[in-house]
Design a protein around this ligand. Structure first.
Ligand code: ADP
Ligand code: MG
Length: 354
């Protein structure tokens, strides 16, 4: 369902090329728990970001359900990220001024789900990760483990096929780490989970497959897809396509306009202007004191500039009027004709010599 084909990723920094990934090929199963292990700087995060569409590969191909992403545009990547992928990060990445419920809801707001449906789904996701009754708390009122649970709920609320986790327990103590890993393990029963970690014990204990990276290359894969599995995957994709075509054919026979009947479900990946405006307004209101202070500071700045301009204009005017007054007492007369003094002095010089 998801395959990396000879992925190369180069970063260009200050005229130098950093080869973060040097031709990585992996085939994933529809549902397994993959851990990506390796020392710091070996390209784990880069790999995860490319799988999740957060970063784009330099060459190679990412194949999703049998389709190449080489010709993907920004909009296609947005839809892929918002509907197929859930992300969990080491630092939770929650929005501090939003409630727990608001944070989870946001993923649905972007996907364009109605308010009522959003709240229902967000509450279900929070119940699932063991946070029922904590809906209206803010992230700073929660422990690290609880924050990561909120992040997991947010990742799952869109019901993605793939869950990506970058060191999800990196900032947690051992006991909490185990609880979070149990939760992720539970999730992996029904979808593909790809987790980056530098903790080999966690990887061995929980995952079904471990991929080791070193300097941008795979050095070990404990459970690569067998040839039969790959063939089965291809057959499944072909079968799906055949089924879709048959459906189209049947509808055409019945005389139903295909365009009307099977409009592809529109998957939104951007929030509307109104939603964006409301979110910004809520941000401003939630930090009312700060907003007022910024307003006052801005006004002081503008008033200051106005004062400086007024002063400089006033002083300029004063200097001009002073000049007018002073110089009118010493008039300079300019006449139309002039005298050539050089001739006169020349004549005087010759006379003195005589
Ligand atoms: P890991 O997650 O395994 O610690 P990364 O994927 O973050 O490693 O980084 C792999 C290599 O790519 C490192 O050498 C890092 O310096 C480089 N790298 C990662 N991101 C960038 C970037 N945005 N710009 C330039 N170099 C980067
Ligand atoms: Mg990393």
């Amino acid at each position: 369902m998801l395959a990396l084909k000879n992925i190369v990723k180069n970063y260009y920094v200050g005229g130098q090329t950093v080869e973060a990934l040097k031709g990585v090929s992996i085939n994933f199963r529809q549902n397994e728990f993959v851990s990506i292990l390796g020392p710091s700087g070996c390209g784990k995060t880069t790999l995860l970001n490319i799988i999740g569409g957060l970063d784009h590969y330099t060459s190679g191909d990412l194949v999703i359900n049998g389709k190449s992403t080489k010709k993907y545009k920004d909009k296609d990547w947005d839809v892929y990220r918002n509907h197929r992928i859930g992300f969990i990060f080491q630092s939770y990445n929650l929005i501090p001024h939003q409630t727990v419920l608001g944070n989870v809801e946001l993923a649905l707001t972007i996907a364009g789900v109605s308010k009522k449906e959003r709240i229902k789904k967000a509450k279900q996701a929070l119940d699932r990760v063991g946070l029922s009754g904590q809906y209206y708390k803010r992230p700073n009122q929660l422990s690290g483990g609880q924050c990561q649970r909120v992040a997991i709920a947010r990742a799952l609320v869109n019901d993605p096929e793939i869950l990506l986790a970058d060191e999800p327990t990196g900032a947690l103590d051992t006991v909490t780490s185990v609880q979070i890993m149990d939760l992720i393990k539970e999730i992996s029963a029904e979808r593909l989970v790809i987790m980056v970690t530098h903790n080999p014990e966690l990887a061995e204990q929980y995952s079904t497959r471990i991929i080791r990276l070193l300097d941008g290359e795979i050095i070990k894969d404990t459970a690569p897809l067998t040839d039969e599995e790959e063939l089965l995957d291809l057959e499944k994709i072909a079968e799906k396509e055949k089924k879709a075509q048959k459906e189209l054919y049947n509808l055409a026979i019945k005389g139903v306009s295909v365009k009307d009947k099977i409009k592809p479900k529109k998957e939104k990946a951007k929030m509307s202007m109104f939603t964006a405006f409301m979110l910004s307004a809520r941000n401003l209101i939630s930090k009312f004191g700060r907003t007022v202070m910024v307003g006052i500071a801005g006004s002081i700045g503008i008033i200051g500039i106005a004062l400086v301009l007024a002063f400089s204009a006033g002083i300029k005017g004063y200097v001009a009027s002073m000049q007018d007054d002073m110089l009118s007492g010493n008039p300079i007369t300019i006449t139309e004709q002039t005298y050539d003094l050089d001739v006169l002095t020349g004549m005087m010089n010759t006379r003195q010599k005589q």
